[in-house]
Design a protein around this ligand. Structure first.
Ligand code: ATP
Length: 433
């Protein structure tokens, strides 16, 4: 059996915390079986590596590994994405299509954010788990598949069951073995280790000297609550690495990068915002929304042109002033268009990843990422619109502000932004917030 240390190295998992080691050990132990596994833990704790470990140490390792973010697929298309559909079963179903459960036959499916699955989809999933059977949307012919399911959730499933949002029977089928990953704040010894690792990585990436924390700053780092866990720690390390001239990071400097996300640290809790702050914030939000709307309209026009002509070079030539208006900087527009033209024949980005897991060594993790890029499964209906950079930035700003205002509470932030929690969740993942 592969050792815990070797596995952690192979999958780039940093840390020596006992609970983390136990989670990795459990993944190694269950890998050779076909037992369903539920990975639990707060957002950003590193749940995604567990199914990869399980798949790559199982007899299915040469089969497909498909990671599906259940929270990111619109409710209307999720059954068709997972189980496929028959031609003509709904508007837009121009051809019969295989779903992930058919494609992954002989392999593993990772259902991330499984708690987000709509109830009718839960019924279909239960059936696959019980006897490997499923129906394509619009079909009455039962199909068989042999897929191992690893699911993950950052919500308390017991609460979801009590509220009638998740089927109890499905929960028990999914969680034959539960692997829990501890929040970062409970992994005191790993916090500094992870920070140093990220600081070294970013120093290399941005070709700058590595940042170093003073003793007081280290103390703050360890005491902070890290509601966003490792994802948040990595973001903080990246921001400081890029923005701070003085590479020795003091307590005061670090404090600026730690937002009040329900922290119990008095030193970093900001005073409550006054009414006038909210007033100006609202103005900024309106301005950003207004700019976004204008950019979206311009982009719609361009997209329509592109669809009509199918020729990006021609559209570029004929719409240069509009393009320059959307893109603040002409070079940026050039670059963006060049990449659109180049990507015309390439695959589009989506929320599902199909890739092979590295056979061994941390080096091959890079090649897995490489093959992940090469071998993405494409939606027919789920093609994301190309968005320009300035639009991304504005959207990102807006989401960040709103999340900060509501101390990371997605529901409140989504309400204010006027989008569904599901969409907000997808955006958080997209921008790695
Ligand atoms: N032990 C670790 N060592 C190094 N990097 C890690 C570790 N754990 C997590 N990360 C990094 O932290 C980020 C968040 O991890 P991941 O996406 O697996 O979290 P998650 O628990 O699945 O979150 P969510 O529930 O929001 O999907 C990733 O960039 C991942 O590479």
């Amino acid at each position: 059996m592969e050792s815990i240390q070797a596995t952690k190295q192979r999958f780039g998992i940093i840390g020596n915390d006992q609970k983390l080691n136990r989670a990795v050990e459990k993944a190694i132990q269950v890998a050779p079986t076909d037992i369903s596994v539920l990975v639990t833990g707060e957002s950003g704790v590193g749940k995604e590596s567990i199914p990869k470990i399980i798949h790559s140490l199982s007899h299915r390792k040469h089969g497909k590994y498909i990671a599906v973010n259940c929270g990111a697929i619109p409710e209307g298309t999720i059954d068709s994405e997972l189980f496929g559909h028959e031609k003509g079963s709904f508007t837009g179903a121009t051809a019969t299509r295989s779903g992930y459960f058919e494609v992954a036959d002989g392999g593993t499916i990772f259902l991330d954010e499984v708690g987000e699955l709509p109830l009718p989809t839960q019924v279909r999933l239960l059936r696959v788990l019980e006897n490997g059977e499923f129906l394509k949307v619009g079909s009455s012919a039962t199909q068989k598949t042999d897929v191992r399911i690893v699911a993950a959730t950052n919500v308390k499933m017991v609460d979801a069951i009590e509220k009638g949002k998740f089927r109890e029977d499905l929960y028990y089928r999914l969680s034959t073995v539960e692997i829990n990953l501890p929040p970062l704040r409970e992994r005191q010894e790993d916090i500094h280790l992870l920070f140093r690792k990220f600081a070294a990585d970013f120093a290399q990436k941005y070709k700058m000297p590595t940042i170093r924390l003073t003793d007081q700053a280290t103390d703050l780092l360890l005491k902070y609550r890290w509601s966003g866990n490792i994802r948040q720690l990595r973001n903080v390390a990246e921001q400081i690495s890029v923005l701070e001239q003085n590479r020795e990071i003091s307590y005061e400097t670090l404090k600026h990068y730690l937002p009040d996300m329900g922290s119990n640290l008095p030193a970093i809790v900001n005073a409550k915002k006054s009414e006038s702050d909210f007033g100006s914030e609202r103005e900024i939000l309106f301005k950003v929304l207004f700019d976004m709307k204008r950019d979206v309209n311009d982009l719609k026009k361009l997209t329509l042109e592109l669809m009509k002509t199918g020729n990006a070079a021609k559209v570029k030539e004929e719409n240069s002033s509009l393009i320059n208006k959307i893109y603040a900087d002409e070079n940026e527009a050039e670059e963006e268009l060049a990449s659109i033209i180049e990507e015309e024949n390439n695959e589009r980005r989506n929320d599902v990843e199909v890739f092979s897991i590295p056979e061994n060594t941390s080096e091959s993790y890079g090649s897995a990422q490489e093959s992940k890029r090469k071998d993405k499964y494409e939606y027919a209906e789920e093609i994301e619109e190309e968005e320009n950079l300035s639009l991304h930035q504005k959207e990102l700003e807006l989401i960040k502000k709103s999340l900060e205002k509501y101390s990371g509470k997605r529901k409140d932030a989504a309400d204010e932004l006027g989008i569904s929690e599901r969409t907000l969740y997808r955006k958080i993942k997209q921008y790695d917030l």
